[in-house]
Every structure is written in C-alpha cells, then in structure tokens.
Design a protein around this ligand. Structure first.
Ligand SMILES: [Zn+2]
Length: 1095
C-alpha cells in the first residue's frame, strides 16, 4: 500500500500512519473572516400581523416618485398599495417581441458578434431595446468596455477555465473599503463557532426554592421505580426499567389525568406519581385529597430551581387542572442532563450508548463509533423483530450530519490514503473497512460485519493479528479504530473517471426595480468586493481554489467577462431565456486574485448601470439554468448564489402566477400551497444535481413569491434558502450580510453521494432532507454543508440479534472545496433487544421529534394538514400506550405513565403540532409556511429542539457579574414576571420582552430612556451603553447569535403592547391563538388517547 505521507501526532495515533495531512477545520471555512456584527436588524420574516401587513418597525417607504413601474402582480407589496397604483400602461419592459425576427443562436455565429455589437444604444437596450424574445447577445456600455476588437476565443469545451494560475496580484491585499477593514486578521470569525454544538455553559444551579406541597421532602434525586417496594408480583420487567448507565435516570412519570378516575383499589402506584394542589381526584387509592406527598416522589421538576422567575407559590388553579409544575419540564430535563453528563467526555467505545442531550455541552472521544455530532438515533437499542418494532411504533431513525463542524477540542476526521488501490471494501456489499470488520485466518481474510461475506485481505494491507484476533496495527489505522474518518478517493470515484476541477461560485443578482430601489444591489456589490477574499480554502492554502463568476438579470440575463487581461469587464446580454446558453466561457469563471481589478470594477459598475431601471419583471428558472450550464461548460461542480426579489412572471420557462389563497387553509386543497406549481423546477433540479450545481437562494420579497416553488431547486440540490421580507437596507443589512458571509465561507462538499449501509436485519427505507434521489438507496447532494442533516429511517427486513447488534455505516463521497475527491465514513453500532423496556430506556426524544417533525412536514405535501396532525397524535399515543402496556408496572388506567426517556415527548410533540406549518396563525403567510417547512427539513437535532421549544432566559434574576447564561425558564406566560426582562430565541427569532414593572434603573441602563413607556416597541437594536447590564445583555445576544446557523433578528416587545401577541406565539406551553392546545391540555388529550388504546 501506499505509505504514509505524514503523521499528525495526535492520539490515538502515536506513530506514522496512513494519514493525510490537512483537512483541518480551521483551514476550511474557519479562516479569518468578516465578523458577524454585534447588533442588527433583520428578520426571518415569519412574524405576525404587524410584520407582514405593515412596514415593520416604522420603516417608511414612499412610492417611487416618478415613473415608477407598476407591479406585475395584484398583491399589495408589504402593506402598501403604492406600486399597484401606478399606471399599468406607462411602463414597458421592451417593445413587443413580435417586431423582431427570431434569431437562433448557434454555437458560433451570433457568438462572434456579442462583443462587437451592432447595437449602439446598449444601455437602453436592455430596458427598451429590441424585443427580447429573440436570442441576442449584445455587449453593453454603461461604463464598460465594448470589446468589439477583442473577439473572444472560440469557446472550447472544458476550456472555460483552465488550471488556476495563481497570481499573487492583489493576493492578500484586503480591500479597505467595506466593512472588512476592521476585521482583525487572524481572528476567527464568529461563524466558526456557530454550529454543531451549542456551546452553552451549564447554568448556575441555584438552590431549589421551597417546592409546592407535592414535593417529597425526601426526594433527593432520581429514584428507581423499584424503590417503592410495591412492585406487584409477576411483573414482566422486574429490573428497574429506568436504570441504565447512559441516561440520566430519574423516575418515570405517573401523572394524574385531568379527568375523574375510578377503578378498583389497587396497590400504590409503583411509578412516581404527581399530586398537586387543587387536584382533588381520587387516584385508585394512592392519592387522596389532602394526601401528603408521595414518599417515593423523586421528581426533579417540581418547584424546580429554574423556575426562579416565578414569584411565590403557584397560583391557585381551578379544580381538575393539572399543575404545570407537576408535569415534566423541558427545562429541568435539560438542566439535569447538563449537570449529570456535561462534565465527562462522551467516549464512543461502547455499543448502544445514549449520548448526552443536544443541549448539553460535552466533549466527544471517538473510540470506534461516530460522534453524536455526526449521528444521533431515535433509539440506541433496536427491537430484534419487526413485530416488536411495530408494536412499539417508535420510529427507528438516524439524524446524520456528515460534515458537522466539531468544536476545536475535537479532532477532525483523519484522511486515509490507500494510494491507487483505493479504500478497502467488502466485495459483496461494498461496505468500507471499519472497526467492526472481523479479521480471520491469521489476518489473511476479513469477514464483513454488514453482510458476513468473507473477503481476502490484499497483500499490501496484510497485518498479523494479536492473541485477541485484533490486527496489531489497529490503533495506527483510523479505519480500524475510529468511528469517523475519510478516505482519499481514487479516480474510480470520480465522474467520467477524471479527477474533479475545483468548484466555482456564481453570483447571480436580480437587478430589477425592486432590487435596486431597496438598495440591495448596491449593498451586495459592495460586500462582495471584500467577501470574495473569504472563499473557503483548504489546508494551508494561500488562496481559495474556487473560481467565481457573475451574472445579473431581470427578464434577461447579463453575463460578465471578468478576465484578468481586460481593462474593464464586458457585459453580454442573453435575452433568449427560453433556451438558455452561456455566451462566454473564457473569462466568465475566474480566479479572484487574478481578476481582482476587473471584478472590483464590475461590482462598482453594476449598481450604476441599473440605477434607473424600470424593469420590474424577473425570470428565475433560466437564471439557474444559465448557472448550471456555465458549470457544465467549465466541467466543475459549484454553487449558485441567487439574490432574487419577486415572483418570476416574465415570459420564460418556470414562469409563475400568484396562486396564494389563504382560503385553502384547513381544506383538502391546503396541500397545494406546499407543492410547486410547475414541474419545471424539479426537472431543472435534477439537471443541477447531475452537474453538482448547488443553489443557495436569498429572497427579498415584498409580497408573495411562491417560496414553495422557488425553493424546489435549492431544496433538491442541498442548498439553503434565506428570506428577508420587505428588505430595507437600514433595517436588514446586518442580518443579510451576516447570513451571506457565513454562507459564502461555509464548508461545502460538492457533487456528493451518500449511502447508508446497515448490517443484516435492518435497512434504510426512507430519507428526509435537502437532496435528490434517483434510486432508493443513494442520496445525491449537489452540495452539502456542515449544517445540513439527512434523516434516515430504518425498517426490519429480518430478525436482529442481541449479541451482534446492528451496525450503520454512512459513506459520503464528495468533492472538497479544493477539488479533492474524498469519502467520509461514519460508523455506529447499536444494541438490539428482545424486551421492549430496553427500547424505551434507550430512546432520545429530541431525535424522535426531529424525525416526527420532518415526517409530518413532508406529509403536508400529500395529505390534509389535519390528517397529518392526527397521525402524529396517534403515533405518539401508540408509543406511550405500548410502554404503558408492556413496560410500566400495572396501575390504574387513571394514571398517565411516561417512559423516562420520553417524558418530554408530549410537550415537544405539541409544539410540532402547533407550529406554523401544521397550525398557522392568521398572520402566517403561505410563503412563511413553505419557508419554514423546507428549513426544518434539513435541521439537525439541536436546531429542531430550540426551534420547536424556544429558550426563554430571564435577564435580571441572576447576578449581574455572572458570566454564564442565565438558566432558562419554561416557555409559558406564567413564567414571566412583570418586573423582569427576558430574551427568547428559537434559532430564527430573537425577542427581548420587557415587563411593565421593570425598575426604572434597568430601563435606563438598557434602553437609555427614563421609563417603560418611552421604550420604543419593536426596537431591533439596543443602544450601546457603558454599564454592566447593557454590556451583559448585548453580550448575551451576541453569544446566542453565534450559537445559531442563521443571524437572529432582535425585536423588543413590551408587556401589554400589541407586538406581544407575536411574542406569545413562542410561549409554546400555553394555548395558542391559532387553536393549539396548552401543554397541560395536550397531556390530558394524550392521556385520553392512550387510555382508548389500552381499553
Ligand atoms: Zn459486506
């Protein structure tokens, strides 16, 4: 075999090893970059009525004074009818197309002319010029050089950009213009810490306040059910069902239902039962009115320490209502896990271990299984038979984030180079060499752990075995000792058996009236000038290998030649949008440093060229088509960055009509709101995927743009969609620029294929995420970034074996940012069980919710939303009923008993049920729903966790000098004290709620106004004041933003203000305005469902 190049001396590889240097996190997206600004505006546009219907936050926009273009659609833009009022007839997008003969564009002919345009009125051309329907290629003036003399070299295939010649021209020189001037070089931008691990420090745990009367004085900690001593004889699962090494074990929950309970007197409930004041129902003898706390009541969440903001004892509750403090608290579960599991590293050597929660900050040591940062499972113990699995109804799924970013303390996967022979694989199932392969016959053969096939070990890979049967070099080889690693791929793994070229980025900018008017184009061009210095690069590379190209468009497309030898960029207009082609190859995709002067000139000129545009119509599909064709011509993979403002109504493929119709909500046709209105985009996406062309879409809509349709290509190509409704530079630039910077710099694997292999007995049957599949096994991703996850569901196809367990191997083949073809392998071994209790003991609710949300969000494409909701409820009830029937000790049906690992399932599921997609409030637009739907599709477990159950942090309860994040409180209005201030975040939105009785001093310190009434409601940026409170709050906001993949807009909400309605949507334990049940009510509902199933 090919012997090793160099050896990073990192344990556990103390000696030279087949490791490829490089691929260091820091070098890959982690280079110094533009910092996310500390304050900002912007919004994920989801918000409420105040947001959608009126210009938010006091923004004002006057209608265009002169000759403003008419809107092309009837809808009022962003709360204003201004556009619609303009005379339709006044504006032209160009003369009627019928007046000009159609010219077909053969490869060469009209091509020769583009640069020697016969047209002498170029600038006007694109707006009022000759009819655009015909294929025409023209050069454009507007400050650009018309290169009549410089006929382009005939486009030779594949020549579009040759091997990058690395000129040091302006290399490293940092443009001082633009916001980057002040970024400290060498300092990692916040983007690098944005994902993967929340980075949350465990909150200070304060002493629990006196609990309400149902707290047992002896409840010191988690108790096992068996400790009650009341387990009835003959119970099937004698072992304490909840005790297990891997999970925080606190007792299962037995909850008083909200309904009258009758039934024979039975033994005292073996599970912990909660009692509450005001709850006066008899519980099969074990609870009586006035009965004292249960002796075995070890619940960690009653009167929990994190309820610090709740002044005094719980308010008297109406009879028959559950006490919110008596039902499982997400906050308490999160805090317990942090306390119990945050201090020790999670070592992956043991099969079937349940990792700490995603909300816990912990380190991972890879000892043979993939880190939970890469793979999380709904259960780490799988039923042996499909019958058991069907009985339990617990989905068996893995949420896989193949390129997840690791914290700096954890080593990135080693890259193994096996030279020309390539990675070693099983001959039959093609699984890659991994720690679970069994070497036999003295090391001459190995038995595949996935399919049991016996394979020969190639001579160059031979090694002796030690007395335990393990290869003596096992610890020197990542693929024999680690859960995650990479192989360098050979040419066999490359398209057309050719090593790939480095990828390219193409920036495609809408320059229609709306984009110009809002200042977007100017802002973007200015930003790009400096951002191009931060393209992803690998290893210690001096500069990025990625080439860049530029296109602007409205209803026609403008390509730019930015070849380094040019004095000025050249524009070529393509108006034959029906049959898109790329008018130039040479000079379109260029090295940034080589062409810096020309690019800078171009970016300076674009806003000027289109400054007076009146063109309101846009095309969309042809833009993507053009980018994809350009990559194809250059024979490389890459990414398109599209900046788009409006519904594409111009005559072209993919033309859309406004079909928004809120009346469809709650009808059988509601699903059509989520479906694309034409098949054009799916077809286009398929072509993009074949080319490795990933599309990231930045939307700046003033009105309905049909996100459901426009996001099809980003969704199927592994891209991202960002949406900035009613974009205004002054309000939204920080958010947009922050997102853009992260997006441009982030780690991306291109032209990727992911395959999940499993050991005999189970197989991957279903997939959720942003990707394309042309068969049933291969997940194709034109691009895959560090945040994107693929959720995979497994089903049995045979019986599993407790002894051998179940194995997963995720293999991702991709092209790195430098153009290197690699395979990333993640392995995970799971346990298998013959007792259902083992399944329930090793579940992870956060992952379960991630799966269920994605399942439901896909379901709305095909089924009425109500059906989808009912399906979720039924499945949840079945899961819990099966536990109750098979695993819990016998007790009255009047008790709701939840498995410890799933005690938050009801509260979290309720959050999914009342989310905007499944139960929208009146203020949620169709586009918002489509947007959220596709966002959630590729979220990881941490993201879905906080998205569905937001974090609510009291700001003035903890000491001002405390540097840790304040302990969160439950997302309910009851937890808000009107004398306090709270931050609420869900990964997309950020609110600062101010109680009406907050001390004046606090108001002054934070807002620089003397009283509550003078605080501007809807404020999106806090004044920068030199006092400890202001610094602390602003620091906390920065830190929350740094933890999330997207920039969160801040909105200041005052108690009793009308904006508070919007804020209250995020208090997910409460009843929602759209009819969503409160947590307490939902728990009762769930209990009823379970009892029906059991009876
Ligand atoms: Zn095999």
């Amino acid at each position: 075999m090919n012997v090793n190049q160099s050896a990073p001396p990192v344990p556990p590889f103390g000696q030279p090893q087949p490791v490829y240097p490089g691929y260091h996190q820091s070098s890959y997206g982690g280079q110094p970059g533009p910092a996310a600004p500390p304050t900002s505006y912007g919004t994920y546009n989801g918000p409420g009525p105040g947001y959608q219907q009126t210009p938010p936050l006091g923004m004002s926009r006057a209608p265009p004074s002169t000759g403003a273009p008419p809107t092309s659609t009837a809808q009022a833009p962003c709360g204003q009818a201004a556009y619609g009022q303009l005379g339709q007839g006044d504006i032209q997008n160009g003369p009627s197309s019928s007046t000009v003969p159609t010219q077909r564009l053969p490869g060469s002919q009209p091509f020769g002319s583009p640069l020697a345009p016969a047209v002498s009125q170029p600038a006007a051309l694109q707006h009022y010029g000759p009819p655009p329907t015909s294929a025409q290629v023209t050069a454009q003036l507007a400050g650009m050089q018309i290169s009549g003399a410089m006929a382009p070299a005939p486009p030779s295939a594949g020549l579009g950009y040759g091997p990058p010649t690395l000129l040091a021209s302006a290399s490293g020189s940092f443009s001082n213009s633009g916001p980057y001037g002040s970024y400290p070089q060498g300092q990692a931008p916040p983007v690098s810490q944005a994902q993967g691990h929340p980075g949350v420090q465990p909150p200070q745990r304060s002493a629990p306040p006196l609990a309400s009367n149902f707290t047992s004085p002896t409840s010191g900690g988690p108790r096992m059910p068996s400790m009650t001593g009341s387990l009835p004889p003959g119970q099937g699962f004698g072992a304490p069902p909840m005790s297990q090494p891997n999970h925080v074990s606190s007792p299962p929950q037995a909850l008083p239902p909200g309904t009258q309970m009758t039934g024979p007197q039975g033994p005292p409930p073996p599970m912990h039962s909660l009692q509450q004041p005001g709850y006066q129902l008899q519980q099969n003898g074990s609870f009586g009115p006035g009965r004292g706390p249960q002796p075995n009541y070890g619940t960690p969440y009653s009167g929990a320490p994190t309820f610090g903001s709740q002044p005094g004892p719980p308010q008297p509750l109406p009879p028959k209502r559950l006490d919110p403090d008596a039902i499982p608290s997400p906050i308490q579960v999160i805090e317990d896990d942090r306390n119990n599991r945050g201090s020790e590293p999670f070592v992956t050597g043991v099969r079937g271990q349940v990792p700490p929660l995603v909300t816990t900050n912990f380190l991972v040591k890879d000892q043979g299984n993939a880190s939970p940062r890469y793979i999380r499972c709904t259960s780490y113990n799988i039923p042996c038979t499909s019958d058991m699995a069907k009985q339990a109804q617990v989905p068996l799924a893995a949420v896989i984030k193949p390129l997840a970013k690791l914290p700096p303390e954890e080593a990135s996967p080693y890259v193994v180079d096996h030279g020309e022979s390539g990675p070693l694989r099983c001959n039959r199932c093609k699984a890659y060499m991994c720690p679970f392969m069994q070497f036999i016959e003295g090391g001459r053969r190995f038995q595949c752990c996935f399919c049991s096939c016996v394979n020969d070990v190639p001579p160059q890979y031979f090694q002796h075995l030690d007395h335990t049967g393990r290869r003596v070099d096992a610890y020197d080889r990542p693929e024999l000792s680690l859960g995650s690693y990479e192989f360098l791929a050979t040419v066999d793994y490359c398209k057309n058996n050719k090593f790939p070229s480095p990828p390219a980025f193409i920036f495609m900018i809408d320059v229609s009236y709306n984009a110009i008017r809002t200042g977007l184009v100017r802002l973007l061009c200015e930003e790009l000038k400096s951002l191009l210095d931060y393209l992803p690069r690998e290893g210690g590379a001096e500069e990025s290998a990625i080439h860049v190209g530029f296109v602007t468009y409205n209803k026609v497309l403008h390509f730019y030649n930015v070849k380094s030898s040019l004095a000025q960029p050249q524009m070529m207009v393509v108006s034959d949008v029906a049959d898109m082609f790329v008018p130039l190859l040479d000079g379109f995709l260029v090295n940034v440093n080589e062409s810096r002067a020309v690019i800078t000139s171009l970016l300076d000129q674009i806003p000027e060229i289109f400054a007076d545009t009146r063109e309101t119509e846009t095309v969309f599909a042809p833009v993507i088509q053009a980018g994809m064709e350009a990559l194809k011509a250059a024979e490389c993979a890459g990414k398109l960055f599209l900046f788009h403002t409006s519904l594409p109504i111009a005559e072209a493929p993919g033309k859309l009509k406004n079909r928004d119709d809120r009346k469809l909500i709650n009808t059988d046709k509601e699903k059509t709101l989520f479906q694309p209105q034409t098949g054009v985009y799916q077809t286009l996406a398929k072509e993009c995927v074949a080319q490795g062309c990933c599309v990231d879409l930045f939307l700046f809509p003033n009105q309905y743009v049909d996100v459901a349709t426009l996001s099809v290509v980003p969704q199927l190509t592994g891209g991202s969609v960002y949406k900035y409704a009613c974009f205004q530079v002054e309000n939204d630039q920080e958010r947009f620029l922050s997102d853009l910077r992260r997006d441009v710099q982030k780690i991306v694997g291109f032209d990727a294929v992911m395959r999940v292999r499993t050991s005999t007995g189970i197989r991957a049957v279903d997939f959720f995420g942003a990707f394309y599949m042309s068969n049933t096994t291969d997940v194709e991703l034109a691009g895959l970034d560090a945040n994107k996850t693929v959720t995979v569901e497994f089903k049995h196809d045979d019986r599993l074996n407790e002894e051998s367990g179940a194995l997963l191997q995720c293999a991702l083949l991709y092209t790195s940012c430098a153009g290197q073809r690699r395979l990333r392998i993640h392995n995970l071994a799971l346990n298998c069980c013959t007792q259902l209790a083992d399944l329930y003991r090793n579940c992870e609710t956060d992952t379960l919710i991630n799966y269920m949300a994605k399942f439901a969000y896909r379901g709305v494409l095909n089924s009425p939303v109500k059906t989808v909701r009912d399906t979720l409820i039924t499945q949840c009830a079945q899961i819990l009923a099966c536990y109750r029937k098979n695993c819990a000790s016998p007790s009255s049906a009047g008790q709701l008993i939840l498995p410890e690992c799933m005690k938050l399932l009801p509260v979290y599921l309720n959050c999914v049920l009342k989310s905007d997609v499944l139960q929208p409030g009146a203020e949620v637009t169709t586009d918002d729903r489509a947007y959220v739907r596709q966002l959630v599709t590729s979220m990881d477990v941490a993201e879905t966790n906080v998205f569905f159950y937001p974090r609510l942090l009291p700001l003035t309860k903890s000491p001002i000098e405390s540097t840790t994040e304040p302990p969160a409180v439950r997302a309910s209005e009851e937890r808000l004290s009107n004398g306090d201030i709270y931050l609420l975040e869900n990964g997309l939105n950020l609110f600062l709620w101010v109680g009406a009785s907050v001390q004046q001093g606090v108001v002054q310190s934070l807002f620089n106004v003397p009283s509550f009434s003078q605080i501007t409601t809807g404020l999106s940026v806090l004044p920068i004041l030199d006092n400890p409170l202001s610094k602390k709050v602003r620091g906390l906001i920065d830190s929350l933003r740094a933890q999330r993949a997207r920039y969160m807009k801040l909105t200041v909400v005052k108690q009793e203000d009308k904006l508070e309605m919007l804020f209250k949507n995020f208090l997910v334990e409460d009843k929602s305005l759209s009819g969503g049940e409160s947590y307490v009510d939902f728990l009762c509902h769930m209990h009823k469902e379970i009892r029906q199933l059991l009876s």
